[in-house]
Design a protein around this ligand. Structure first.
Ligand SMILES: [Zn+2]
Ligand SMILES: [Zn+2]
Length: 250
C-alpha cells in the first residue's frame, strides 16, 4: 500500500517563516501526541494505548510536558500501571544481579557477555511513547518533503524558507539516503547547502547585533531582527523553542 503523503502540513510548515519547518512540524506532532495521550479523548483508558505507555514510559522531556499539560488523574493512572510492570521487572533483575568482580591490581577479566542491568535501566529511561509517535510522524514528513521536491513550486518554497536547524538538517541528510528522488540529486546539492549556510550566517549576525545592543553606544539603535535572536539561535542549533510557555490542556 502506498503511504499517504502529508502535503498540507509540510507545505504549511515551509510557508510558516519558522527557523526550521521540521521544528514547526515536530512541535505540532508533539502537541497532538500529548493531546492524544492525556487530552479529552482519554486515549490512556484504551487498553492498547495503555499497554504501549506501560511498556515504554516517557522520556524526561515528555514526562515534564505531561506534568505541565495538567491532566493529573490521567498522568497518574498511566504511571500507576507503568509502575506495576516496573516493580515486577525490578524483582526479576534483583534475582539475577551479580556484583562486578572485586577490585584487584591485575587486569580485570570481563564478566558475563550479556547486557548489564544498568544498561537496561539507561535504555528504559530513554524510551518514550510520545517520542515514538513524533518519530513516526516526522519520518512521514521527511518522505513527503522529498516527494514534493519533484514540484517546481515546492522547490522554490524550500529555497525561500529559512533553512533548517542542525538537528533536523542531520535527519534530513540521513533520510536523503531513502527518499531523495534521483531527478533532484543535482538540485539538492546546489541549493540545500548554500541555503543552510546563508541562514546560519544570518542567525549568527542577529546574535552579533543582540550582543552589540548591550553596548551603551547602541542603546538607542534599532533592534533590527535581534530581539528574539537568542531563542532563534538556540533553535537553529538544537531544534527547540526555548521561549515557548508550557503546553497546557485547553
Ligand atoms: Zn528543526
Ligand atoms: Zn519523549
Amino acid at each position: 500500500m502506498k503511504e499517504q503523503l502529508h502535503t498540507i502540513p509540510v507545505n504549511e510548515a515551509f510557508l510558516s517563516g519558522d527557523e526550521c519547518p521540521f521544528c514547526y512540524l515536530q512541535r505540532q506532532a508533539e502537541r497532538s501526541a500529548l493531546r492524544y495521550v492525556a487530552g479529552a479523548g482519554a486515549s490512556y483508558m484504551e487498553p492498547e494505548v495503555r499497554a504501549a505507555t506501560d511498556e515504554t514510559g516517557f522520556c524526561p522531556t515528555h514526562m515534564k510536558q505531561l506534568y505541565d499539560y495538567g491532566n493529573t488523574l490521567g498522568a497518574a493512572l498511566m504511571l500507576q500501571t507503568h509502575y506495576a510492570g516496573l516493580i515486577e521487572n525490578f524483582r526479576k533483575e534483583v534475582k539475577h544481579y551479580e556484583l562486578p568482580p572485586k577490585k584487584t591490581l591485575l587486569p580485570r577479566k570481563k564478566q558475563s557477555s550479556g547486557e548489564p542491568w544498568w544498561q537496561r535501566l539507561e535504555n528504559q529511561s530513554k524510551r518514550c511513547y510520545i517520542c515514538d509517535k513524533i518519530h513516526y510522524n516526522l519520518d512521514r514528513y521527511y518522505a513527503t518533503f522529498y516527494a514534493l521536491l519533484k514540484e517546481e513550486e515546492f522547490r522554490s518554497r524550500v529555497t525561500s524558507s529559512k533553512g533548517f536547524c542542525l538537528r533536523h538538517f542531520g535527519e534530513l541528510l540521513e533520510k536523503a539516503e531513502d527518499y531523495l528522488p534521483n531527478s533532484q540529486r543535482e538540485w539538492f546539492l546546489q541549493n540545500i547547502f548554500p541555503m543552510m549556510e546563508e541562514n546560519l550566517v544570518r542567525v549568527k549576525a542577529d546574535l552579533d547585533w543582540l550582543i552589540a545592543k548591550y553596548d551603551y553606544r547602541n542603546a538607542s539603535a534599532d533592534w533590527k531582527n535581534s530581539r528574539d535572536a537568542l531563542q532563534r539561535s538556540m533553535q537553529k542549533l538544537e531544534g527547540l523553542y526555548p521561549a515557548d510557555p508550557p503546553h497546557k490542556a485547553d
